[in-house]
Write a protein that binds this ligand. Sequence first.
Ligand SMILES: Nc1ncnc2c1ncn2[C@@H]1O[C@H](COP(=O)(O)OP(=O)(O)OP(=O)(O)O)[C@@H](O)[C@H]1O
Length: 722
Amino acid sequence: MRNLNINGEAGLEPYTPTAQNSGGPAASDGFYSPEFRGDFGAGLLDLHAMDDTELLSEHVTSEPFEPSLFIPGVNKAFENDFNATTNWQQKEQSDADASASLFSANEKEISSTRENNVAKIKVVVCKRPLNKKEISRKEDDIVTVSENALTVHEPKLKVDLTAYVEKHEFCFDAVLDEHVNNDEVYHATVEPIIPIIFQRTKATCFAYGQTGSGKTFTMQPLPLRAAQDLVRFLHQPIYHNQRFKLWLSYFEIYGGKLFDLLSDRKKLCMREDGRQQVCIVGLQEFEVSDVQVVKEYIERGNSARSTGSTGANEESSRSHAILQLVVKKHPEIKESKRNNDVNESKAGKVVGKISFIDLAGSERGADTTDNDRQTRIEGAEINKSLLALKECIRALDNDQIHIPFRGSKLTEVLRDSFVGNSRTVMISCISPNAGSCEHTLNTLRYADRVKSLSRSGNPKKDQTVNSLPPSNRDVSSLSLLATADVEDVYERQPEVKVVDTGRRPVEKDVYTFDFDKQPSTFIGREESGMPSGPTDREKIEVNNSYGGSRSLSVYSSNSQNSADMEEKVRKVSPPRRKVTREEKPEKMGNRTKKDGGGSDLSTQNSMQSNSNNHNSTNDVGRRRYNPEPPTDGNINAILEEEEALIAAHRKEIEDTMEIVREEMKLLAEVDQPGSLIDNYVTQLSFVLSRKAAGLVSLQARLARFQHRLKEQEILSRKRVPR
Ligand SMILES: Nc1ncnc2c1ncn2[C@@H]1O[C@H](COP(=O)(O)OP(=O)(O)OP(=O)(O)O)[C@@H](O)[C@H]1O
């Protein structure tokens, strides 16, 4: 790792740091058995030993583990995952027991409710702990997590060089702090989706974030967990009798090209068939009927991945790695006719699938300044695909007929995850150190944007579904498929339209806050035109690195001046439930099993209502979709313009800061005895003209971009009438 403190901000921080929030006393490194290290040591997408990026050991406190409300019984098996004495054989036995109880439940009662309750887009933020290097540099942990909200305490300097902290607050579907274990991540992200894979859902789970923020680490255990649950479902007679099978493939997109990670990095071609279905020619799929086999394939694929070094991660993923688990229904064929896996795979009809994407690092600064040309080119390619992905998610959640998946190879490959009955889970990984503040804010803004587009993020919907009796929540959603052939069921899928209660409120509260003089004072609020969410007064628990847990009160009363610290707090939704699990760090990238204060995130999140209207609309769109829409050619241009606009905005802010500095200097000079007022007037006039010119140019750029977006939207509507 060359430079974690990319922005060099830490050195400028005169504010008072406090003890690092490292989670308690160190635990013994030898806590885990060799078997355990073996199981997960070279796990999914992991990047060798932690060397200087290794994180400090943390204390593990023993708390009772709360089983998921979503799959009762299953968690017993999960608990065993992290038991040092557990081996896979034992676990499979317990899995079998768990599934027995799982399917004896009252399945028919809930049926399609489950599908509708799983949010179409879900955004979960994962904060990693400070690593050794950051701690040795005495960098502050500037991210505090409270329930499903988090605050970034950005250290800043005023133009007169006074230090202050700008606070940025965000709310997401879930925010998982550094103490959260793998199970919690799984419960909060993928678990709710698993049953609806059997109802023709194409799901995508991806991790997004700055290089070194923990994407690989976070994504690593998820496919294995998912496979475990899928296999469990498949063992049920209802699916077994219909010859449902699970298939696994694993490939990467590197430099715009596809490589099979399970077939000696064979180069792959992407083709579209007559129905605009994307197929990856030559991609090897393997039938997997037990988790041990899944684990082996994953490890094999990991070792074939492209990694490189970035400014912030020596072992950085320079490719997007995509692991797909596909459930297929197979026609009856005689054993003797089975030539090989590939043929059998082709014979099966896809029922549903889940794709896990470990995206390459999203960092821009380090890649463009610190690294060689190749790394910079990779960075540009990566950014392009990330932008395209964002555009697709935006279109998907707006029910747009035209999904701009041609914006990049990544989105093209994932085309079928953007149409029809799709679900997306975005895991935003953030680094907690002050030096990563800018990147952390970028990641959170991206995530916030994705989330704010999501109507499924409406808290009202959560409440509605949360009122379901627990018994119903616990039952698996299999009944639709229980008695019918899967194809029949597809035809009969009910279309449920949930009334859209409007976008989530986005407000900006601007108030001053002094950690030592509470309460803080509200000094203004900007409404962004969306319905308001937070109430007049809110209390937010802040566990900060500046002195522990604080209650932060926000008054929507008159403004008052206050101390040096200013905050701008962005509120998107009120906090819901807290998930905090103690974690024992593990060398090879797995969060440890720990029990905590009773989170039911999976249930909570699966409680979010959704509109099936999406599905029908998008299906129609897909049927009528023009394979060569003119706007596809423009998508790159739009993405570039968007980037340019954001860059211009940043530049404008920097210029303004510079100008303000000059103004302050002018004021200081003019205040001196004997100063020349003529000089002052001339210089001020010059400075103000620059200021005005900067603003006008930014406004013009903004107007152009707004126009482009509108144009694009109108075109796509015209092309495919709803
Ligand atoms: N929650 C966590 N707990 C403990 N260690 C973590 C955590 N998250 C990340 N790490 C460690 O931080 C380092 C960087 O993580 P990782 O490689 O997952 O980052 P990344 O976001 O995938 O980076 P890149 O985009 O460059 O591939 C690794 O050594 C990893 O083990």
